[in-house]
Design a protein around this ligand. Structure first.
Ligand SMILES: C[S@@+](CC[C@H](N)C(=O)[O-])C[C@H]1O[C@@H](n2cnc3c(N)ncnc32)[C@H](O)[C@@H]1O
Length: 222
């Protein structure tokens, strides 16, 4: 599902807004994914990134157990719940630092994934293994690209360590990484532990954003 930009909307008045908030508002008003997310009831335009990655890589299937890391405000969990939950099968666990409004069929945990408590809390509710770990976690940006890269890489690496502990055989790992792809050492580990490792930038990811995604399929176990 790729969307095209329609006619540009201009702000009629600045109404005391700063230049950067005017830029943000203009971008929101002209973003077809923001409009479509509102129309379909998704909490974030990010929902379309997961939809597009799923269309390309076939990630989500009925009955899966899915962990969504960095889930707030909940767009990815909503997409996963729609595509995975069927009657009594399928389970989604969404974790974030931030509180989230409930999503039917999704177990929400508010915790820091990088803390011992957050990680242990999550491990406790995945005793039977997980089919898919998805991570859209991003550290707040500092504007200093190398720092942002390092912090988001650290989150991706921690998500990966968690994934290889909980994934079932043939399980799948999807995570946000910053441009340049995954860190070399992490990529080498992924290639050993999974049958295929690919990078992709979905159309809904803004061209100016350094984000891209790594998709590792076919967990071999360790
Ligand atoms: C880009 S947003 C995720 C958007 C989400 N996928 C959606 O579709 O609504 C990134 C999220 O990562 C979360 N995050 C960053 N560091 C985290 C950490 N250490 N533990 C848990 N969540 C974290 C942030 O709070 C933020 O909500």
């Amino acid at each position: 599902m790729t969307l095209k930009r329609s006619k540009t909307v201009q702000l009629k008045t600045a109404r005391g807004r700063t230049a950067s908030s005017q830029r943000w508002l203009r971008r929101q008003l002209n973003d077809p994914y923001v409009q479509e997310a509102q129309r379909l009831g998704y909490r974030s335009r990010s929902a379309f990134k997961l939809i597009q990655l799923d269309e390309k890589f076939g990630l989500l299937h009925k009955g899966q157990r899915v962990v969504d890391l960095g889930a707030a405000p909940g767009g990815w969990s909503q997409v996963a719940a729609n595509r995975v939950i069927q009657k009594t099968s399928g389970q989604i666990i969404g974790l974030d630092l931030l509180p989230m409004e409930p999503i039917p069929g999704v177990t929400l945990i508010q915790a820091d994934f990088m803390s011992q408590d957050g990680l242990e809390g999550l491990m406790e509710i995945c005793p039977d293994g997980i089919d898919l770990v998805i991570s859209d976690m991003a550290a707040p940006t500092t504007g200093h690209a190398p720092t942002d890269h390092i912090r988001t890489s650290a989150l991706c690496e921690a998500a990966y360590d968690f994934a290889i502990d909980v994934l079932v055989l043939d399980g799948v790992f999807l995570a946000k990484v910053f441009k340049g792809g995954s860190e070399h050492m992490l990529l080498e580990r992924m290639k050993k532990n999974f049958k295929s490792v690919r990078h992709a930038k979905p159309a809904a990811s803004r061209a100016e954003s350094p984000e891209t995604y790594v998709i590792a399929k076919g967990f071999r176990g360790i």
